[in-house]
Design a protein around this ligand. Structure first.
Ligand code: URA
Length: 199
């Protein structure tokens, strides 16, 4: 895990955020730091606003995201929007990004060298967004952000720190689509998140 300089707690408004993200976006669009650049259709940079103070981080783009250039637009994204709606947030109120900006072929798990190559883009995004809370979706994303090998049950209970930002972990929406029994627990995680955001 890399350390980052402490940042003021004030999140930029949408216009300021667009300005801050523009050079980072340009770096991402031109990035050839790992082999995934060769197979990507589009870079999935991330979208949204800093206004809620929440940054959501998933693992990596899938096929629909690679085709559209937008994160979480498939079935997982629909479920994510429902969880956000449950705590009074619209997708547009939060910023949604991934550990990797490019799709791994056949949706395989990110390789360590790919996550390492992408990490400077994510940390630059965090520096621009100044989120109050990061929510990591799924064990894979959490493993790249939080040191150690704690299981999901332990990660979900705790509070972590990524680059100095308070970080929570919940199930990946795709995991809930596969195992709907976890839906109640994910809703409880979002309720806890809402409290921490002061909602
Ligand atoms: N799963 C992820 O982790 N990220 C996406 O953008 C889509 C699905």
């Amino acid at each position: 895990m890399t350390e980052m300089c402490a940042s003021p707690a004030v999140a930029p408004d949408d216009a300021a955020l667009a300005h801050l993200l523009a050079p980072i976006r340009a770096r991402a669009m031109a990035c050839t730091a790992c082999s995934l650049h060769a197979s990507r259709t589009q870079v999935v940079f991330g979208t949204g606003s800093a206004r809620s103070g929440l940054l959501i981080i998933g693992e990596a783009p899938g096929a629909t995201e690679d085709a559209t250039g937008l994160p979480f637009v498939g079935r997982s994204g629909k479920l994510l929007s429902q969880f956000l709606g449950g705590i009074g947030l619209a997708r547009e109120d939060v910023f949604i990004a991934n550990v990797l900006k490019c799709r791994p072929p056949a949706n395989r798990a990110p390789k360590p060298e790919e996550a390492r190559a992408c990490a400077p883009l994510l940390s630059a995004q965090i520096e621009a967004l100044r989120p109050r809370i990061i929510l990591a979706l799924g064990l894979s994303a959490a493993r790249w952000l939080i040191p150690g090998k704690a299981p999901m049950s332990v990660l979900r209970q705790g509070e972590h720190s990524y680059l100095g930002t308070r970080t929570l972990v919940t199930f990946h929406p795709a995991a809930i689509l596969r195992n709907p029994n976890n839906r109640g627990e994910a809703e409880a995680d979002f309720a806890r998140l809402a409290k921490l955001l002061g909602r």
